[in-house]
Design a protein around this ligand. Structure first.
Ligand code: NAD
Length: 447
């Protein structure tokens, strides 16, 4: 059979594309070497959030007295926490299987490799069989980057995020190299469960790609709580469980912990694509707004494009790619200016749109409001501070960006995304009614 579409990779990009195209009656074959769901479901977003939820339950119980509740002798069982995480993952993977269970969709478990390609067809090999398709969508994702720091390779004390998630017991202490999204989420997990944590970040700030007014609130809270955060500090070498780091000023220092988590970014997975010798690559597979590569009938979506490594970007990219293959009119594009992102620290950080530092050429106004202007926030966040920051284009009076810290801002950042995506003016956004009392009302208060 000649398939309409062959997809390599069954993560959020791959399974979304398979579902969308097969539901339109197109024959689809999807290849996945591991479990469906990709990094996000198996070794990324979902297991991390599940572990973080257990940690938050424990942390809140320990600190319940600030709400007038006495909880004595609170303990946790990490093995049980890890088992529950596995159960959640299994359940969601089964859900994806169910979604793809239609007569137009074939799922093949195995390592796929592109054999050859012309403008009319692509041949893929998997498990000793060959498959022919009109179109190829590459959704092979990304892997943890192993930095060329002496002592990192073949070091049993070193974990990447996948190993940290697989552990059945908690480390006694942890050094985290890289204070980005993965680093700060794991710092939250371990700290809330009582593990001493040190974060070493090469840049002058943790979470350097986020709004720094927001990040400063997190850093202050975490440092007060006892997380050691060293910025502007480069890790020079590892020797077993010892880390030698060089701060921008002063002498090198050596630190020690039971485990060292390396979270310094991820890189596109290009294995199995070697036959596509003419495909343009730059940090990832180069694609246009419709997710087309420079090769007719070859598309790419998700982390492998090296654009924004987020599951929700991957699934939207996949929708755009399938829309283009199906010649949908009007042509869909992905609105990269309105991609929300969340860091699941405690408090959470959520943002969408442009950063103040990128707006030098655009006339704008920055509005800031403490989260304590929300009644619901005050009721549920004893002793916590938070911030909502909105950036407004003063020429067009539209919302360019919103950056927040405070629970549960991840749950309503989508409202801000909507405003940015649709180019709402402040007056238009003001007409939206927000339920009271919710923390989301901060978006209305700040207008
Ligand atoms: P990242 O790019 O977010 O952070 C890596 C950090 O490591 C950077 O701050 C960088 O300056 C620092 N760094 C690099 N080399 C270093 C060194 N030698 N010593 C010290 N610091 C060093 O990457 P990540 O945290 O590994 O995450 C990978 C990807 O996964 C990101 O694109 C991220 O957005 C995504 N992710 C998203 C979520 C979420 O949406 N909540 C969660 C986890 C991961």
């Amino acid at each position: 059979m000649k398939y309409f579409l062959a997809i390599i990779g069954g993560g959020p990009a791959g399974y979304t594309a398979a579902e969308k195209a097969s539901k339109q009656g197109k024959q689809v074959v999807l290849f996945e070497q591991n479990a469906l769901g990709g990094t996000c479901l198996n070794v990324g977003c979902i297991p991390t959030k599940t572990l973080l939820y257990s940690a938050k339950q424990y942390y809140n119980a320990v600190h319940a007295d600030k709400y007038g509740v006495k909880a004595e002798g609170v303990t946790f069982d990490y093995t049980k926490i890890a088992q529950r995480k596995n159960k959640v993952v299994r359940k969601l993977v089964a859900g994806i299987k169910q979604k793809l269970n239609n007569e137009c969709c074939t799922v093949v478990t195995g390592v796929a490799e592109v054999v050859s390609r012309t403008d009319e067809q692509v041949i893929i090999a998997c498990n000793g069989e060959q498959y022919e398709a009109e179109n190829l969508l590459i959704c092979t994702g990304s892997s943890n980057f192993v930095p060329p720091i002496p002592g990192v390779k073949d070091n049993e004390a070193v974990w990447d995020s996948t190993q940290a998630l697989a552990a059945q017991t908690l480390p006694a202490s942890m050094i985290i190299v890289g204070g980005g999204v993965i680093g700060m989420e794991f710092a939250t997990l371990y700290h809330e469960l009582g593990v001493p944590v040190t974060v070493i970040e090469a840049m002058p700030a943790i979470l350097p790609n986020l709004d720094q007014d927001v990040v400063a609130i997190l850093r202050e809270k975490y440092e007060k709580a006892g997380i050691r955060i060293m910025t502007d500090t480069k890790v020079m070498s590892l020797d077993g469980n010892k880390v030698t780091a060089q701060p921008a000023e002063g002498d090198a220092i050596t630190l020690e912990a039971e485990h060292i988590l390396i979270s310094v970014g991820r890189r596109a997975n290009m294995q199995g694509l070697e036959a596509l010798t003419d495909m343009e690559i730059n940090r990832g597979i180069v694609v246009n707004d419709m997710m087309q590569t420079n090769l007719k009938n070859v598309y790419a979506a998700g982390d492998v494009t090296g654009k924004i490594m987020l599951a929700h970007v991957a699934s939207r990219q996949a929708e755009v790619a399938v829309g283009h293959m199906l010649k949908r009119i009007p042509v869909q594009r992905i609105a990269y200016n309105a991609i929300p992102s969340v860091v699941y620290t405690n408090p959470e950080i959520a943002s969408v749109g442009m950063l103040e530092k990128d707006l030098a050429d655009i006339p704008h106004e920055v509005r800031k409001m403490p989260m304590t202007f929300s009644g619901r926030f005050v009721a549920e966040n004893e002793g916590e501070t938070g911030l909502c920051k909105m950036i407004v284009d003063t020429k067009h009076n539209t919302v360019l960006g919103v950056h927040m810290i405070g629970n549960p801002c991840s749950e309503f950042v989508a409202a801000a995304s909507f405003a940015v995506r649709m180019g709402y003016t402040v007056e238009e956004f003001e007409q939206v009614v927000f339920p009271h009392p919710t923390v989301s009302e901060i978006l209305k208060e700040i207008l």
